[in-house]
Design a binder for this molecule. Sequence first.
Ligand code: ATP
Ligand code: MG
Length: 327
Amino acid sequence: MDSEEDTRMEEDTPVTWPSAKGKGKAADVGPEPYDLENLPWVEKYRPVTLDDVVSHKDITSTIERFIEKNRLPHLLFYGPPGTGKTSTILAVARRIYGNDYKKQILELNASDERGIDVVRDRIKNFAETRTLFSKGYKLIILDEADMMTTAAQAALRRVIEQYTKNVRFCIICNYVNKIIPAIQSRCTRFRFSPLPISEVEKRIIGVIETERVAYDMTGETEVYNCTGNPHPSDIETIVNSMFSDEFTTSYKLISALKTERGLALQDLLIGAYEYIEEIDFKPHARIYLLDFIATTEHRLAAGANEKIQLTALLGAFKNAVELSQRS
Ligand SMILES: Nc1ncnc2c1ncn2[C@@H]1O[C@H](COP(=O)(O)OP(=O)(O)OP(=O)(O)O)[C@@H](O)[C@H]1O
Ligand SMILES: [Mg+2]
């Protein structure tokens, strides 16, 4: 602890909450201004307590023990999107501070506010105000911290050390290797692995039943229709037609399918690429075709005309067939 901080932490220092500007504010609003009913389900069904968090029992029980012993370390959560990192820390905050937890936490979304100024001002400002309540520390959540600049992360090192007395940090990211080692070493790391399908299914069915949405067991086709991705059987039809049908027949078939299913040539390219990976084809013909698919993808990204690109692609498939027939 340096002397500067000691002075700030004197008993008679007036307590000032950080100003609630912008997104990353100390949430000092009273009750939630939203009607729970209108929230998107992803928020409405966000786990409330640590017990609600599915599948990461080892993590939640470890954190629970830390809290019980009042020895919460700085935390580093990492793992793929949608595995419950944000939900877990919010449940932790609720567990520590009760329903009024928002006053005790500072939630910063590092993707928006990743400059060094945020680290210096916002965090320091919040960290320097003393805790009024029973638990001896406040919580700063830095979500999506892998988007923070290295300079901001470097500045954070000192801040973490300086305020360990009354602040715990929870750093959340998708890619742990984008967090500088110095910060990693100051935190206890928890990896949030992808959730098992069976757990996800249980949870989804729970939501569906609570919402009383009529549902049947949907099949693969419905999922493809809903997400707008081409169905593998359509891709198969298209690729096979490009290989073996006559040019005009194939062009008509593809155009009709594109219109009927609302598909873009880009989607077809990705599907065709994956399908070609699986079929038996002479190496030089395969290389030629893959190269052409890559070029077409690039041209489309640059805004090229889909019809012209489709005819060129068809031509390339015909060339590839010819190439593969040569020894
Ligand atoms: N382990 C889990 N248990 C229960 N619900 C979960 C779990 N993981 C995710 N969810 C559900 O998915 C939603 C998104 O989860 P959350 O925001 O916590 O993910 P995240 O790991 O923070 O993802 P991102 O890296 O994209 O920020 C939650 O609202 C919740 O409904
Ligand atoms: Mg998150």
